[in-house]
Design a protein around this ligand. Structure first.
Ligand SMILES: C[S@@+](CC[C@H](N)C(=O)[O-])C[C@H]1O[C@@H](n2cnc3c(N)ncnc32)[C@H](O)[C@@H]1O
Length: 505
């Protein structure tokens, strides 16, 4: 939402015009110079930024991170022609990429806005203002409209306090150094530079006192705008170019990530407190376990571009979203490492997600064989495996596993069974033959929303899961347990067994 509305619109003008305000107050030389600046800058970009508000990276799992952009034309992204090149778009993509979660972007920033309009921007966002993290970039118009730095900084602090009181983390990018604006003649440029530095200093102390993380845009990206103005500024030589926004987003992103981490941990602690005060453990609801799954994933699973791309490609190709969750993929990866596995067998490849995760943990000479019945799935998987750079150690064999397995030679250190559940006993029989003594066998989806223990069910897949569990319990070649899982994939579980020597039991 980048359209100037109501009082905000009445309170602000374009930045180029604003130099007039400096001039009117200063007369003489500055007045003439403001007119020159106005002519040079003009308004070739108009007064509306492109609309970048959307759910970015919807293919990522988990609850979206809610990001809001507040402030002036920089926060709105004026000068970028494509949504993804705006400051909000850049930050949303960077945040999604680093957290592996989708990001919902909402823009309250208004082109030409002063700091005094921040509270109205928050109000205008309505429910969307209840965000995880807010990024505020403001100040240029306060300088050109000659708003006293202390007043502008107070308005900023008020907005930060309001956001913080609702649990939203805040990152403030302080006023850039207007001395970098070449079209503004001297001495007006020096005047603007001094005023913008004074405002940035006032913003820094007021915003941090109110609980924001503060990034000095003058210090972090100012020098590159001064050194490479042709690349960093857009057509009007005033607003950033797509590259300028990219540099600005790069400078803000670490603080935005830190703020999201902090907000997430604070919410988790608050929730834990609420449970404690409530006098006991809360029963998980789908909403709460998805939140926890998202928290644990965010906290423990290192982002992996190739895995994210594999899921995106798999979805785009119309494959069902039935790959293991990121935490389960990490669990499998750890099992590969814990068992020092060199050879892994997977039954059920889909788009290669779990195969890639496990292959990442193999040594260079390691090998993973994955069996997939559907040639189209195998094709998607091969592409994903190649892009992930593990095609040297992963082989996808196409065919029904019951027919392929008799031609597979062991021994394997780990076997992961994740295909048609009806055939679990057949696969376990092969696993007993192919896994070395001491090897690990994992069977996915053994709880199936609790239906595994429902005596009334006649589902053939559930019956297959049960037969598999019974085999694990009775077959002397296995020693097994099972763990329930609650994650983005719902309520399910994994059985884990070790291949043992029946003689030594
Ligand atoms: C749950 S998905 C596998 C997910 C994958 N392990 C992951 O986590 O990324 C099950 C896969 O098994 C395949 N499949 C089903 N029946 C099969 C069979 N009889 N033989 C081999 N693959 C089979 C399906 O086509 C599907 O791709």
């Amino acid at each position: 939402m980048t359209t100037p509305t109501g009082r905000i619109a009445a309170a602000v003008g374009g930045v180029a015009l604003s130099f007039g305000a400096v001039a009117v107050a200063s007369h003489g030389v500055l007045s003439r110079q403001a007119a020159i600046a106005r002519d040079r800058i003009g308004k070739p970009l108009g007064e509306l930024a492109v609309d970048a508000d959307r759910l970015w990276r919807r293919s990522y799992q988990g609850e979206p991170i809610r990001l809001i952009m507040l402030g002036d034309s920089l926060a709105a992204g004026l000068g970028a022609e494509r949504p993804k090149d705006t400051l909000g778009g850049r930050l949303a993509r960077g945040l999604a990429h680093r957290t592996r979660r989708p990001v919902r972007l909402r823009t309250g920033a208004v082109v030409g806005a002063e700091s005094s309009t921040l509270l109205e921007q928050i109000e205008a966002l309505g429910d969307d203002a209840r965000a995880d993290v807010a990024v505020i970039v403001v100040g240029g118009n306060d300088v050109t409209h000659r708003v006293p730095a202390s007043r502008a900084a107070r308005s900023l602090a008020d907005a930060v306090s309001l956001l913080r009181s609702s649990g939203c983390a805040v990152v403030v990018g302080t006023c850039p150094d207007l001395g970098a604006l070449r079209p503004v003649p001297q001495p007006l440029r020096t005047f603007a530079s001094r005023a913008s530095r004074a405002l940035a200093a006032a913003q820094e102390s007021a915003a941090s006192a109110a609980g924001a993380r503060v990034v000095s845009l003058r210090r972090t990206v100012g020098p590159v705008f001064v050194d490479r103005p042709e690349e960093m500024f857009s057509l009007d030589r005033f607003h950033p170019s797509p590259l300028g926004y990219r540099r600005t987003a790069d400078a803000l992103l670490p603080s935005v990530l830190g703020a999201v981490d902090e907000a997430t941990s604070a919410r988790m602690l608050a929730r834990a407190d609420a449970v404690r005060l409530g006098g006991g453990m809360a029963d998980p609801t789908p909403e709460s376990w998805r939140r926890i799954d998202s928290y644990l994933t965010h906290t423990l699973v290192e982002p992996d571009d190739a895995l994210a791309a594999a899921v995106a490609d798999q979805n785009a190709a119309g494959l069902p979203p039935i790959e293991v969750s990121p935490l389960s993929a990490k669990f499998l990866q750890l099992l590969v490492r814990i068992s020092s596995a060199q050879r892994v067998l997977e039954i059920g490849t889909l788009g290669g997600y779990s195969a890639i995760a496990m292959a990442r943990a193999l040594p260079p000479e390691g090998r993973l064989v994955s069996i997939e019945a559907e040639p189209d799935n195998a094709e998607v998987a091969r592409r994903n495996i190649e892009r992930a750079g593990v095609d040297d150690r992963v082989e996808v064999r196409v065919g029904r596993a019951a027919e392929v397995l008799p031609h597979v030679d062991g021994p394997f250190d780990l076997v992961f069974i994740d295909a048609d559940k009806e055939s679990n006993t057949i696969y376990l029989e092969h696993a007993a033959r192919l896994a070395r003594v001491g090897g690990v066998v994992v069977v996915d989806n053994v709880v199936r929303s609790g239906r595994v223990a429902d005596p009334a069910t006649e589902d053939e897949q559930i019956a297959g899961v049960r037969r598999g569990l019974e085999k694990l319990a009775r077959d002397p070649r296995f020693d097994a347990t099972a763990l329930q899982t609650l994650d983005a994939k719902g309520w399910d579980g994994l059985a884990i067994a070790i291949r043992v020597d029946p003689e030594s039991r």
